[in-house]
Design a protein around this ligand. Structure first.
Ligand SMILES: C[S@@+](CC[C@H](N)C(=O)[O-])C[C@H]1O[C@@H](n2cnc3c(N)ncnc32)[C@H](O)[C@@H]1O
Length: 276
């Protein structure tokens, strides 16, 4: 496996996705995939993959979308998944290849700094893998270089936390039991770094993309039992275990229980653009 190039600027994220976060995602991959699959499928629909195309899946993690793309481009096409997280890529490599698809390639690379080639991909895709760059404009310029002229980009990212009750409700319920958090920089690398439509447009335009469209997509995600949802929401180590026991926290999630499991509101941007 290729090594992540030494780059101080993304080193905090490289550490994070190879330690606690990467291990949690690898361990709970099936439940997380189930939760966010409909959001990735909406972005795949926006990308409209064609048989025979070459595609790059950025921040592919445990690989669910890489295989979904591989099934769409078929044996004549090819998909490469890149990610900085060794534990998540290890899961990706164990998944079975769909019938009528070529096996995807998985590379451990920093999508911001690695040489991804020039004009080699018809399309670049990401499901929640592009909000963690220390220099988003440089990262998207790197992705644009890897695209053919007029190559397509589509990704899904979170809209603001206040519109994402699946995360906000458990977080707010946990706050009284936690030390007061230090206010975070809303533009720092993290899940909500691309919550602003204006910021996305400006980054993509500076990176050389045109015809940028953003579509707000709201739906309910989840579908797991109440116990599974509480476990996943408060899953982090011994602190998570303490929180899971609190009835107040269970109540934050139980209000969303339906006959099809716990379904909580989620709100994302489906972003589409073209290399210019
Ligand atoms: C929220 S997870 C999403 C994983 C996967 N796309 C999915 O939907 O299951 C974010 C992913 O982005 C990856 N990532 C973060 N920064 C990256 C970078 N600079 N280059 C490549 N991958 C990166 C992380 O390692 C992680 O796998």
């Amino acid at each position: 496996m290729s090594k992540v190039p030494a780059d101080a600027s993304n080193s905090a994220q490289i550490d994070y996705w190879n330690a606690a976060a990467g291990k949690t995602w690898a361990q709970h991959q099936d439940r997380l995939d189930r939760q966010i699959e409909p959001l990735g499928l909406e972005a795949i629909r926006a990308l409209a993959p064609l048989a025979g195309e070459r595609m790059l899946d950025v921040g592919c993690g445990c690989g669910q979308t890489t295989f979904e793309l591989a099934a769409r481009v078929g044996v004549a096409g090819h998909v490469t998944g890149v990610d900085i997280s060794a534990p998540m890529l290890a899961v990706a490599k164990t998944r079975s290849v769909p019938t009528d698809a070529a096996p995807p390639e998985f590379l451990q690379l920093d999508a911001q700094t690695a040489d991804l080639g020039h004009g080699v991909y018809d399309a670049v895709f990401s499901r929640f893998g592009v909000m963690f760059f220390s220099d988003p404009t440089a990262a998207f310029a790197n992705l644009r270089r890897a695209l053919t002229p007029n190559g397509r980009l589509a990704f899904v990212c979170w809209r603001p936390l206040q519109d994402n009750l699946w995360m906000r409700a458990p977080m707010e319920a946990a706050l009284p039991f936690l030390p007061t958090p230090t206010p975070a920089d809303p533009l720092a690398p993290g899940p909500f770094a691309f919550a602003s439509a204006d910021r996305i447009r400006s980054i993509l335009s500076d990176a050389g993309f045109a015809e940028v469209t953003l579509h707000a997509f709201n739906t309910s995600i989840g579908g797991a039992s109440l116990d599974q949802t509480v476990n996943l929401a408060f899953r982090v180590g011994p602190l998570g275990a303490v929180l899971r026991e609190k009835p107040e926290l269970r109540a934050a999630v139980s209000g969303y229980e339906t006959p099809s499991g716990v379904l909580m509101p989620a709100s994302v941007w489906i972003v589409r653009a073209q290399a210019s």
